[in-house]
Design a protein around this ligand. Structure first.
Ligand SMILES: Nc1ncnc2c1ncn2[C@@H]1O[C@H](COP(=O)(O)OP(=O)(O)O)[C@@H](O)[C@H]1O
Ligand SMILES: [Mg+2]
Length: 315
């Protein structure tokens, strides 16, 4: 079976800016896939190529085996997109906008009406059905974009920074909806700035930077590349760091009554640490493993640094 998305050496430039510089990766059917990367990495450009809003300069992009340009309609009909920027017909009640959208993708009127109702209920704004888009609050606009992506019952749901700037409650609501859709078989492609979101939701993530993919892995695999900290609270804390000879240990220091051990794979190292300390006559009162975050690994892989992050304005 063809993958949900296949991108091979995709290229796109805007004048001097090389937005995509040989982007290559695949998303399997049914996957919850995250596209991570700093601002300007090319994520939105990639998505716009998939849905036919931007023409690629080179390479291949396929959706369920359909070429996004040569077989545009076949590919496009399978995608529901909640875009990063609002691009909604502002003059109609939102339920009509959804019915038009479904109709445009070949859904008959009765069915379109039913789907519009279902989509608005799914995202929790059915009571706003007769309102115009402009009159919705910012959070409701985000909900509406998801509803519009869902109204064609897509096999592939693409969410471009769906939770940028939204409050915690809405973020959790959106997560719940997309997790359920994924459990029911919808393939999800999500771009996000929130590492926590990627860790929590995604089966695999692609780290992108400067228009290409730096790495594709599961969040767990990526985290395993960072270093963990093992906190061991000792009875009668010693003045000096106990002499430990355990494989994988990078550093050890005393912090109050805790021995703090930096290691690759804290979970693997911890039992050996316990044995070693016990053997040397220490009593371990408590053990806490603080795992590397995806964020630490991510920052190490891309050109994002703390200064750049501080300057970043959420959209
Ligand atoms: N329509 C456009 N015209 C000119 N430059 C663009 C356009 N769209 C995107 N770019 C540039 O292409 C690069 C990738 O942008 P984008 O795909 O939006 O990245 P991301 O979504 O990862 O933040 C950026 O340098 C951006 O400024
Ligand atoms: Mg973007």
């Amino acid at each position: 079976m063809e993958p949900a998305i296949r991108a091979d050496d995709l290229r796109k430039s805007y004048g001097d800016v090389q937005a995509l510089d040989g982007m290559t990766f695949e998303v399997e059917r049914g996957e919850f896939f995250g596209l991570l990367g700093p601002n300007g990495a090319g994520k939105t450009t990639f998505i716009n190529i998939l849905v036919g809003l931007v023409r690629k300069d080179g390479g291949t992009a396929e959706v369920f085996g359909y070429d996004v340009e040569a077989e545009y309609q076949e590919a496009r009909d399978r995608i529901g997109l909640a875009p990063q920027e609002f691009n909604v017909d502002r003059f109609f009640p939102i339920h009509e906008v959804l019915e038009h959208k479904a109709g445009y993708h070949g859904v008959p009127p009765d069915e379109a009406e039913r789907r519009a109702e279902e989509a608005l209920k799914t995202v929790g704004i059915w009571d706003k059905r007769d309102t115009r888009f402009d009159w919705l609050s910012g959070g409701m606009k985000r909900r509406f974009l998801l509803a519009r992506a869902l109204v064609t019952d897509p096999e592939l749901l693409i969410l471009d920074e769906p939770t940028a700037g939204v409050d915690v409650q809405l973020r959790r609501d959106l997560w719940r909806v997309i997790e359920r859709l994924n459990a029911e078989g919808t393939t999800i492609l999500l771009t996000t700035h929130y590492i926590e979101e990627a860790e929590r939701l995604c089966d695999r993530v692609a780290i992108t930077d400067d228009g290409s993919v730096v790495e594709v892995a599961t969040p767990d695999d990526l985290r395993a590349r960072g270093t963990d900290q093992v906190y061991l609270t000792l009875a009668d804390a010693p003045e000096t760091v106990p002499d430990i000879d355990v494989e994988g240990v990078i550093d050890a220091r005393m912090e109050g009554d805790s021995l703090v051990v930096t290691a690759k794979g804290g979970g693997r190292v911890a039992p050996a640490l316990l044995r070693e300390l016990e053997y040397e006559g220490y009593e371990v009162l408590d053990l806490d493993i603080r795992r590397a975050s995806l964020e630490e690994v991510f920052v190490g892989m891309t050109r994002v640094d703390e200064e750049a992050e501080k300057l970043e304005v959420p959209q």
